[in-house]
Write a protein that binds this ligand. Structure first.
Ligand code: ZN
Ligand code: ZN
Length: 139
């Protein structure tokens, strides 16, 4: 079994959720398309009832299998950091492309120290930078 599948199975089992065919199907689709919008995900899973998809997404978020990338009022979904290295995103507001970037050294520490300064115990963070990708800057 590939590592992504074994992590998925492990998280569901250890939280006493069964690995249903639909859950697996939804997860595989997210894994294939991520980062993906809810709209595109629903469209690519026409065989599954919409409310089942919503419920499953909520469950996956609760179990930290996936996470939301906030983009204005909407969000995209990607696999959580159980599956990928910690990273952040650039979001192009014109072509809607999401570009991952690795954390530059020092940023993590900076965020940690900032939280500390406010006596805030940070458990996780996300960072989305909006703007224009290199293609979209050329008009
Ligand atoms: Zn762009
Ligand atoms: Zn970070």
């Amino acid at each position: 079994m590939n590592p992504i599948n074994s992590i998925f199975d492990g998280v569901l089992k250890s939280n006493k959720y069964s690995i249903t065919k639909q859950r697996k199907l939804i997860f595989d689709k997210i894994s294939e398309l991520a980062p993906v919008s809810l709209f595109d995900l629903i469209n690519s899973l026409k065989e599954i009832d919409r409310s089942t998809i919503y419920r499953t997404i909520d469950l996956f978020i609760k179990l930290r299998l996936i996470k939301k990338i906030d983009i204005g009022f909407k969000y995209n979904i990607e696999l959580s950091e159980l599956f990928s290295k910690h990273h952040h995103h650039f979001y192009c507001s014109k072509c809607h492309q999401i570009i991952d970037f690795d954390e530059p050294s020092g940023l993590e520490e900076l965020i940690y120290n900032l939280a500390n300064k406010y006596n805030f115990k940070s458990s996780e963070h996300s960072l989305e930078i909006n703007g224009l990708c290199s293609n979209c800057q050329q008009v």
